[in-house]
Write a protein that binds this ligand. Sequence first.
Ligand code: GDP
Ligand code: MG
Length: 167
Amino acid sequence: RCGSVAVIGRPNVGKSTLTNALVGAKVSIVSNRPQTTRHRLLGIATFPEGQLVMVDTPGLHKVQKRAMNRVMNRAARGALEGVDVGLLVIEAGRWDEEDGLACKVLEDAGIPVVLVVNKIDRIKEKGELLPFIAQISEGRNFAAVHPISAQKHKGLEALVKDVMALL
Ligand code: GDP
Ligand code: MG
């Protein structure tokens, strides 16, 4: 199997960390400052089951006052052209307007969307995760939902398996 995957989400959720973890090489710049990734970056992730062309995108911003933000939003939308699957990356326990915007961009693209709940290593009460996921998934049509830690490489195998199944 082979296909392309766009990694979408607001700044700082861990898109580049996830892309790097899957590609297994530093293709993207990871930083705790938002907006480090200015352009979309491509990498190829190779697994026994097949290959994924990863498109890492700049974060989507609600505030479009600055020209840079506009350019980045356009790049994020452009990155979805011809892509097979979208990964909506969010932070465990947090959902705000910018996450909603990222979700909307993916829904508009008409491709299967996998919800990736990142940074689960930060959640002390694991029991909080399920209600959170249920709340986000309510009324939305995610092809799959995966709690992961991109940094600690947790949950990546199951995520890849589901993404491959959507190609
Ligand atoms: P992006 O803006 O969405 O591309 O986010 P980055 O990949 O640049 O990551 C933003 C920050 O979150 C960095 O400081 C990362 O080290 C951190 N981060 C990413 N994934 C995880 C994770 O699974 N757990 C924790 N605790 N931090 C993470
Ligand atoms: Mg990034």
